[in-house]
Design a binder for this molecule. Structure first.
Ligand code: NAG
Ligand code: NAG
Ligand code: NAG
Ligand code: NAG
Ligand code: NAG
Ligand code: NAG
Ligand code: NAG
Ligand code: NAG
Ligand code: NAG
Ligand code: NAG
Ligand code: NAG
Ligand code: NAG
Length: 457
């Protein structure tokens, strides 16, 4: 029996058979038979096969413990209790959300004041379904109109504990189907964090991306699970695992992601990013970009290493998407092109794919179906020094017999894209058949290119 106590039984009665119920049920199923008000040890995070680009600063000692109170009734906002505990234990303590306890967050929490604190989330936290409130009050992060339920920042903050954050996404998936311009909050906003670790947590049903990491440095994400499918006919859209933005020296590792958009995405000004040991299922791959969306802006993604990825049921494996020089549109709420900057020193190593549309997709014509137009106005965002090595497995039937796509807008703005040890096969048995354009094909080792556009030269 998965019901651990009578309080839980009462809560479930109140919930009925909703999406909420399934996340909470999953949380309960992982609880030990007897829950206790114990303190979890700070996880020791190790790095393999690669170390972070820069060593991560060590945390200072933590003394005091603050147990976060809760109404534990699945409806009353517990935000005041949460803020109390965080303030009390800031500067050297631990705020503890005990095992088996449920919390409701119905207030946008600005947690950028945090300093030298551990936040142990052993309990279950659910964000309210009040879409009107969140649309007015979630933190606006400017980039792609992103908003977050909370913003966690400051210095030397560790969040861990084995608990669950539930974004109550269903109501958002259904609302988005009616209006694509609503602002859906991101579940976990890491905004302006200088050094910290987010680990051993379960993230469920985010309304939009699961993680947005902005203005942050020296941050590691490790041992997270991400999941949440819509239970109606309205699919959960834009549920990226992580988007990094204006951030440096970030590690994302040892995690399992079940989602429906980018597994990890490197947005403008992501540098020194290490991604390793991920299982991604159902995603749009591990993506650089999209970049160059906004005229007048300079977007830089540089020094990125991605290694040991299992990619299943995805549109892409390794992906670089750059908008061309001409205005282009993918959809009503996704338009752009003409921005400048650079993609430089990007390495993908050891990726196995299964049922993936394109094993590799590099485009400098994102959002522009007319390639003549793309060549006429080459991207002012350059792509240089990209290496992809040991990518293997089977694609889907979607583009069969093609299993990859490397199309620049002009060789002048796109150099040293090198492929090695690629062994990707279409379901019909054709191996390494790619669409190529405006790219130095002598560096695409072992690839059989069908050339579609030559670019100017
Ligand atoms: C929102 O949550 C409240 C309780 O927290 C519940 O009574 C209500 O039915 C939910 N609304 C929707 C649309 O799910
Ligand atoms: C990051 O910092 C800049 C400069 O202080 C600020 O303008 C911006 O709002 C911050 N947040 C994000 C998400 O960029
Ligand atoms: C942000 O939302 C506004 C209003 O809905 C829309 O016009 C604009 O295109 C959106 N911007 C981005 C970057 O998505
Ligand atoms: C990962 O986190 C879970 C809790 O979500 C924990 O039980 C498990 O021990 C962690 N695994 C590692 C390798 O640390
Ligand atoms: C969901 O889609 C299926 C198949 O198109 C349809 O039979 C069903 O009625 C739809 N359900 C709802 C609630 O719209
Ligand atoms: C992978 O994603 C598909 C949906 O795309 C889902 O049906 C399946 O259960 C997922 N696999 C795992 C292991 O979670
Ligand atoms: C990215 O960095 C470049 C170069 O420093 C800067 O010009 C640009 O404004 C930055 N963009 C963002 C979104 O911070
Ligand atoms: C390029 O990235 C690699 C990791 O893939 C890193 O070791 C190297 O230092 C980077 N090069 C520069 C010039 O930063
Ligand atoms: C891919 O999706 C199918 C169902 O669509 C699922 O059975 C399979 O487990 C998924 N693969 C992985 C590795 O999750
Ligand atoms: C593509 O763009 C070119 C150049 O502007 C134009 O002549 C051509 O008609 C366009 N093709 C299509 C299919 O729209
Ligand atoms: C090509 O890029 C890789 C990094 O991805 C780099 O190590 C190598 O030196 C570059 N080659 C040339 C000729 O610039
Ligand atoms: C490359 O593709 C062409 C055209 O489809 C085909 O005839 C040829 O056998 C392929 N070569 C290899 C090495 O697969």
């Amino acid at each position: 029996m998965w019901l651990k106590n009578s309080a839980a039984a009462l809560l479930l009665q109140a919930l009925g058979a909703s999406a909420t119920w399934s996340a909470y049920q999953e949380y309960l199923s992982h609880l030990p038979a007897h829950t206790s008000k114990h303190q979890a040890a700070q996880p020791k995070i190790s790095f393999s096969p690669n170390q972070p680009f820069e060593p991560l600063p060590k945390s200072t000692a933590r003394g005091k413990n603050c147990y976060v109170q809760s109404h534990n009734d699945f409806k009353t906002d517990d935000s005041p209790y949460i803020l109390d505990a965080l303030h009390q234990c800031n500067n050297g303590g631990r705020a503890i959300f005990p095992q088996g306890t449920t919390y409701v967050i119905g207030t946008a929490l600005d947690l950028t004041f945090l300093q030298h604190i551990d936040i142990q989330i052993q309990g279950y936290i659910q964000f309210t379904n009040d879409t009107d409130y969140w649309q007015k009050n979630a933190f606006y992060q400017t980039f792609q109109n992103a908003t977050t339920f909370f913003q966690l920042g400051g210095e030397d903050v560790n969040v861990y504990g084995g608990g669950m954050l539930d974004g109550n996404g269903q109501v958002w998936y259904d609302l988005y189907a009616k209006n694509i311009y609503i602002l859906r909050p991101i579940l976990f906003g890491t905004i302006g964090l200088c050094s910290g670790a987010i680990s051993d947590l379960n993230l469920r049903y985010s309304p939009q991306y699961y993680n947005f990491v902005a203005n942050s440095t020296d941050v590691v994400f490790s041992n997270l699970t991400i999941s949440g499918y819509s239970q109606s006919n309205n699919t959960a859209k834009n549920t990226d695992g992580w988007d990094t933005y204006r951030s440096s020296n970030v590690v994302i590792q040892n995690s399992v992601i079940n989602n429906g958009d980018d597994c990890v995405s490197f947005k403008p000004n992501s540098t020194e990013i290490l991604v390793q040991n991920l299982h991604c299922n159902g995603s749009h791959g591990i993506s650089v970009g999209s970049l160059g969306q906004y005229v007048g802006q300079v977007d830089i993604v540089e020094n990125v290493l991605v290694q040991n990825i299992q990619m299943s049921n995805a549109t892409d494996g390794a992906r670089i998407k750059v908008w061309p020089g001409s205005p282009s549109a993918l959809s009503g709420d996704l338009q752009g092109g003409g921005g400048s900057g650079r993609v430089n020193n990007i390495t993908y190593l050891d990726m196995s794919i299964a049922n993936v549309d394109y094993a590799i997709e590099v485009t400098q014509c994102y959002g522009q179906k007319n390639l003549t137009l793309c060549n006429q106005f080459p991207s002012s965002l350059t792509i240089n020094d990209v290496t992809m090595t040991n990518i293997h497995g089977t694609t889907s039937t979607k583009y069969q017999p093609i299993s990859g796509y490397v199309v620049c807008s002009d060789p002048k703005v796109c150099s040293n894209i090198t492929l090695n040890e690629i062994a990707v096969v279409s379901p019909n048995g054709v191996e390494n058949e790619f669409t190529c354009g405006a790219v130095d094909q002598s560096l695409l080792h072992g690839i059989n290119c069908t050339t579609i556009n030559k670019g100017s030269n």
